[in-house]
Ligand binder design. Structure first.
Ligand SMILES: NC(=O)c1ccc[n+]([C@@H]2O[C@H](COP(=O)([O-])OP(=O)(O)OC[C@H]3O[C@@H](n4cnc5c(N)ncnc54)[C@H](O)[C@@H]3O)[C@@H](O)[C@H]2O)c1
Length: 306
């Protein structure tokens, strides 16, 4: 374990925060994970339990080639502490922010941790927002940078590391080593909207929505297209997994920082306004039940017939 980082704090126990906390605890770090309500914390903890259970089953099925040994499951859970109190994060050596993809709430969180007296390493899992702008509200911007994990965190091998304008060499090196200690391959990027990955990937997802919106393809056919590229999951299903609210937020950052060519289509705005966020709300382009696809969302099918 790293000499500099012994205890990890994660803020947000949603899709990403739960995965990040799970990976940190799996790699031996005592980990505190905070969110806003007991109910959300309970749901996030359940997601971690289910993920560990799947990994334990995969270990058994693969004869130990993948997953985690079943006896590890409970040990990992004992390294995890959950809370709704931000003050419980103060003795962590690094804070990983994984709350909603909106600049206002992220800035409020970073400032409030500083007001509580936190001065350690601080990283943001933002998909697109300027690391330099977020670091500007932290009293030690040299200790701030981007650490953009991929979804689902326990399975994806890469993590994009983004240096802010003022990130120090020391922070950059410590976070790079920490990334490797979490078993993730660092992918380096500079601080510009969407960094490298979402600068390429989100416009692709957005074009897929336009292909459906313009009646060029059904969701199912748009999803089949990437089989030709060797990707089993197509762009429309991927959108449901990433979260339509999160994708829209990223598209808005790209549009704001890079120009109107990145504007999200009307269909995406309508789905988010209707509360259809994808797998996490059981409705997106498709209808979902506990991660199982049930069929196309009738609201999308009706919209396409217009
Ligand atoms: N979904 C993806 O595929 C993906 C991939 C990489 C990075 N990200 C980034 O990770 C971050 C989180 O995304 P997600 O998909 O986990 O979203 P999510 O909606 O699943 O979870 C966000 C969580 O943050 C919590 N939260 C909101 N405000 C908070 C606050 N002030 N304090 C504490 N908790 C708060 C919410 O209650 C929720 O549990 C975003 O910045 C997103 O861009 C997402």
């Amino acid at each position: 374990m790293s000499t500099e980082i012994r205890k990890v704090g994660v803020v947000g126990i949603g899709l990403m925060g739960s995965g990040i906390a799970q990976v940190a605890a799996t790699r031996g770090f005592p980990t505190v994970v905070a969110d806003v309500t007991e109910e959300i914390v309970k749901r996030g903890t359940e997601r971690i339990r289910e993920s560990l259970q799947r990994l334990a089953e995969s270990h058994e099925k693969s004869g130990g080639k993948s997953g985690i040994p079943p006896q590890e499951k409970e040990k990992i859970l004992t390294r995890l502490e959950t809370t709704t109190e931000r003050a419980k994060l103060l003795d962590c050596d690094i804070l990983i922010e994984a709350i909603m993809e909106r600049e206002g709430p992220k800035i409020e969180l970073i400032s409030s941790m500083a007001e509580l007296g936190y001065r350690g390493l601080f990283v943001s899992n933002t998909s697109s927002i300027s690391i330099t702008r977020l670091a500007a509200v932290y009293p030690n911007p040299e200790k701030f940078m981007g650490m953009h994990f991929m979804n689902p965190v326990p399975l994806q091998p890469g993590c994009e590391l983004i240096r802010g304008f003022l990130t120090s060499d020391e922070t950059f090196e410590t976070v790079t080593s920490f990334c490797r200690e979490l078993g993730k391959e660092p992918i380096f990027a500079e601080d510009k909207a969407g960094f490298g990955i979402n600068r390429m990937f989100v416009p692709f997802l957005i074009e897929a929505v336009k292909v459906v919106e313009e009646g060029i393809m059904s969701c199912e056919d748009a999803d089949k297209t990437t089989l030709c590229l060797g990707h089993r999951m197509g762009p429309i299903s991927t959108l449901d997994y990433v979260g339509l609210d999160t994708t829209l937020a990223i598209a808005e950052v790209l549009e704001h920082d890079l120009g109107p060519g990145y504007k999200a289509p009307d269909l995406l705005y309508k789905l988010v306004a209707a509360g259809f966020y994808g797998v996490k709300s059981s409705k997106g382009f498709y209808l979902w039940d506990k991660g199982k696809k049930l069929g196309i969302n009738p609201a999308v099918a009706r919209y396409r017939r217009k």
